[in-house]
Design a protein around this ligand. Structure first.
Ligand SMILES: [Zn+2]
Length: 451
């Protein structure tokens, strides 16, 4: 999160510094607004700029140990389904008679629309209950999605596929919203929302605000009326919310945290379950866990990655192996029966083909390498026995795995070189470059540890 600033920081700064003045002012107003909604900041949290991550949170007075609460935020401070359902002005834009069961949107897509709605209220009437929160939000994100075209051309398929899928999704949801809202206009300025006010570019930013900053919550615990306006429009659950201030916590792979919305007190509580140090002192950055996520997920969804991420692994596709065969003289000289590839696809053996620095080669990758390179039989019943039989009977696939790793290192090195040759990089491009270099480190370390 914040994520725009994460890699911009100089690494030689050792102490946290105050955040920029504009952001400081916005945060100051936000404290006031959240306080008015009942937030007491019992843990004395403050936002500072940290050398490793950019903007983050610490407590100036309190130390923390395992099982301590990090923050306790009243549900009224969150932007959740309850917020949207209670907002009459926003609800009025959505005529339920126009809802089409074949054109539904995700709750994330609706919250993104709500952010744009509030942003326009703020700009047009100077009167949005979320004005201070809007002021603390980044104006750009560093996911590969926002790479320039020339940078996208230097990215591996694994990143591109996710980016293309995100783009398809965002455009589809934007189109649904456009159709639904038609010529609805702002009562203050008279401009039409989807025609004049909300551009697709703005929707993309809003969508990634929710993507990178929302928290999970169990919406059933929210106090709200039973009558739901939006439910027939949604294609998924509404178990997420934006959490002002709380969304300044950065992610770490070395902490475990839990989040819970208590139905009785209507408070959203984040608890530090475990971390690697015995105690966290005042002014040390407090992290939370967004989940046990590999770097590919972190960069495509949140726009950052971690060096030596404890949850990282490197995944391969069947296409990688096909390309390896085409590029390796020795392998290309052999013949491969198409039944074997068909069998692999039919049984989804190409899912979860990865290497993990501690655990080695994944089961599926071992099976697939064995089937393709070591197996003479191509009858489905024989393949079945092999693929789902005893692991011990697999031949050593180390040479082929080494070829695959070398092929991938070579490919990623090519992407790194191509990015480095660009005259300049966007922030997304810079983060993507760092990610690719981290992948190379990972693959080389793996090869060294397992060959
Ligand atoms: Zn207006």
């Amino acid at each position: 999160m914040g994520r725009t600033q994460r890699h911009r920081q100089r690494r030689n700064l050792q102490t946290p510094t105050p955040t920029s003045t504009t952001l400081d002012n916005a945060l100051h107003v936000l404290y006031g607004q959240l306080h008015a909604l009942g937030w007491r900041n019992e843990t004395r949290l403050s936002a500072l700029t940290f050398p490793q991550t950019g903007r983050g949170l610490c407590s100036k007075t309190k130390s923390f140990q395992a099982d301590d609460e990090l923050i306790r935020l009243p549900a009224s401070c969150l932007i959740s389904i309850a917020t949207l359902e209670a907002d009459e002005g926003f609800k009025q834009l959505f005529n339920r008679n126009l809802f089409d069961k074949d054109a539904r949107i995700s709750f994330q897509a609706l919250v993104a629309c709500y952010l744009m709605y509030q942003r326009h209220l703020y700009e047009c009437t100077k009167d949005s209950p979320w004005s201070a929160y809007l002021d603390t939000l980044p104006s750009s994100y560093t996911t590969p999605y926002f790479c320039a075209i020339n940078e996208l051309q230097c990215l591996p398929d694994a990143l591109l596929e996710r980016t293309v899928a995100q783009n398809r999704q965002i455009r589809e949801y934007y189109q649904v919203l456009k159709t639904l809202l038609g010529s609805q206009h702002c009562e203050s300025c008279g401009n039409r929302y989807c025609e004049d006010i909300w551009a697709l570019a703005e929707y993309k930013i809003a969508y990634f605000t929710v993507n990178t900053r929302s928290v999970y919550l169990d919406a059933r615990q929210l106090k709200q009326s039973n009558k739901s306006h939006f439910q027939p429009l949604l294609n998924d659950s509404s178990n997420l919310a934006l959490a002002p201030f709380l969304d300044l916590f950065n992610h770490s792979d070395s902490v475990r945290t839990t989040a819970q919305l208590y139905s009785k007190s209507q408070e959203y509580v984040l608890t530090l379950e475990a971390f690697t140090k015995p105690i966290l002192k005042p002014y040390e950055q407090l992290y939370i866990s967004y989940g046990a996520l590999p770097n590919l997920k972190l960069i495509t969804e949140y726009g950052f990655y971690l060096e030596h991420n404890a949850h990282d692994y490197f995944e391969f596709s069947l296409q990688d192996i096909e390309r390896l065969i085409a590029h390796n003289k020795e392998l290309a000289a052999q013949s491969y029966h198409r039944n074997i590839f068909k069998f692999i696809r039919e049984h989804n053996l190409m899912d979860q083909m990865f290497v993990h620095i501690q655990d080695g080669c994944s089961h599926n990758l071992r099976v697939v390498l064995h089937l393709i390179f070591k197996q003479q039989a191509y009858f489905p019943n024989v393949l079945n026995q092999i693929a789902f039989g005893d692991v011990e009977q697999f031949d050593n696939v180390q040479p082929e795995l080494s070829y695959l790793l070398a092929y991938k290192v070579n490919e990623y090195q090519g992407f790194v070189n191509a990015l480095q040759q660009q005259p300049q990089l966007t922030e997304s491009g810079t983060v993507a470059l760092g990610y690719l270099i981290e992948c190379l480190r990972y693959l080389r370390d793996f090869e060294q540890a397992h060959s």
